[in-house]
Design a protein around this ligand. Structure first.
Ligand code: ZN
Length: 439
């Protein structure tokens, strides 16, 4: 009987405990100096690899990646600004947001007025800025710190960084199922110390991967951890012959803030994952389901016309729409164990629907079969009358819609019943030989 049941990825899930685990992992990942390339990405992947078996790919600098080229690798040893007395007024060691990402190496003395041209600032917080494709350097400060720079005073600047031929690093975990068909989950690993807009997604997918490793899966599940834009493109360029296996997927990011869950549909808009996500979020009041637009996160690579993969995006408050976005205010206080646990539960529920959705044909379509004789109709309910009633209704709905033209998700939507109850009813009917799967 167990064999026919859906694997139930959410079975036994304690969202509060899982959320605390994700938050703890996010705390560990937070200080690592990630960027588009470099040892911070590798260290992040090493920690994720403690939870889920990863295959790491190193793409050499200069490798063509569709219309792009793998960039030079960037690593920082130290970076600071000192005033005339030698006191370090800005130090990368205190926060890796301090340095403009991909700054070239610099060691020089300059006047405050010249230094000011190299500064990026926000009120009360340090901004996060990068210059991947420009040959430049700069520092990020609060506006208060910027105002304290005296134009005529001399300052010393040190950026001890290496910007040289190396690699762009990404990693994937393939968790095999019975089928070679794949579900793809992707997140980026290129932001430094930002909590919601980065470590929340990495930590959630790592914990999710650890859970999937322990389950029997129908489809194979692939988790991709890669630097934004170029990472997915590099992975896509090396996976072209496998892409037709992808049956659905999501980019998972910004999943820790207290805002409502938000699902952005794939380019197709009505693929299996779009329907599964919309169904799961319908059960979470306040959640949002939005149409595809060609900006946002890495879904725009997976959904570019040459690939047109069925990949949506699951977030809470997405890029750019929360006030702490891309600044030092996006810290560990912005993400909560409660939100992270809820995001994990929703992700697993969506995967559960993708795993369990099947279309059946009734072997007894002429009138209702005798359920009592088969132990499928219980006149006296046990301890949980409401669940029992749902199950009974699910039995009748599944039988009625077992015409080969309706899947279990169609049944769950139409009956307004939890997908798990519908899947359990179908499993019981299969065991009673009343259904067969549509070939
Ligand atoms: Zn971002």
């Amino acid at each position: 009987m167990q064999e026919a049941r859906p694997r139930g990825l959410t079975a036994g899930l304690d969202p509060a405990a899982a959320g605390a685990e994700i938050h703890e992992l996010a705390r560990r990942l937070m200080p690592i100096p990630r960027s588009l390339t470099g040892d911070g990405v590798r260290e992040t992947l090493r920690i994720v690899g403690e939870l889920v078996p990863l295959a790491v790919t190193e793409v050499p600098t200069g490798t063509p990646v569709f219309d792009w080229t793998a960039p030079r690798e960037w690593n920082v040893a130290e970076a600071w600004i000192a005033d005339a007395s030698g006191r370090r007024i800005v130090d990368w060691r205190e926060s890796n947001l301090r340095l403009l990402g991909y700054s070239r190496p610099v060691r020089e003395r300059l006047k405050g007025a010249e230094l000011d041209e190299r500064l990026y600032s926000l009120p009360d917080r340090i901004p996060y800025r990068t210059a991947y494709w420009a040959d430049t350097w700069g520092f990020c400060v609060t506006e208060e710190e910027r105002r304290a720079i005296r134009p005529d005073e001399e300052y010393e600047v040190c950026i001890d960084a290496r910007l040289e031929d190396g690699h762009l690093t990404y990693a994937e975990a393939l968790l095999p199922g019975e089928s070679e068909e794949e579900v793809l989950l992707s997140t980026y690993v290129c932001h430094p110390s930002l909590a919601n807009d980065n470590v929340s997604g990495i930590a959630l997918l790592a914990v999710l991967g650890a859970r999937l490793v322990e389950r029997r899966l129908h489809r194979s599940h692939r988790l991709l951890f890669s630097p934004g834009t170029l990472g997915p493109l590099a992975w896509l360029s090396r996976s072209l012959e496998r892409l037709d296996r992808i049956r659905g997927g999501m980019v998972v990011a910004c999943v820790g803030d207290p805002g409502p869950l938000r699902y952005k549909r794939s380019r197709g808009g009505d693929t299996a994952v779009d329907r599964a996500a919309a169904y799961v979020l319908r059960g979470r009041p306040g959640s949002l389901v939005e149409d595809f637009v060609p900006w946002g996160g890495d879904e725009r690579q997976f959904c570019s016309p040459g690939f047109d993969l069925p990949v949506g995006a699951l977030t809470r408050t997405p890029h750019g729409l929360f006030p702490e976005y891309h600044s030092s205010a996006d810290d560990l206080d912005l993400i909560t164990a409660e939100s992270l646990g809820d995001s994990l539960a929703a992700t697993l529920e969506i995967l559960d629907v993708l795993e369990g959705d099947r279309t059946y044909v009734s072997r007894n379509p002429y009138g209702e079969p005798q359920l009592g004789r088969r132990g499928l109709y219980r006149e006296v309910s046990s301890g949980a009358p409401r669940e029992e009633e749902s199950f009974q209704r699910a039995i009748l709905w599944v039988l009625n819609l077992a015409d080969g033209g309706h899947s279990l998700l169609d049944v769950a939507e139409r009956a307004d019943l939890p997908f798990g109850v519908v899947a359990d009813a179908a499993a019981a009917l299969l065991d009673a030989d009343l259904l067969e799967e549509r070939p």
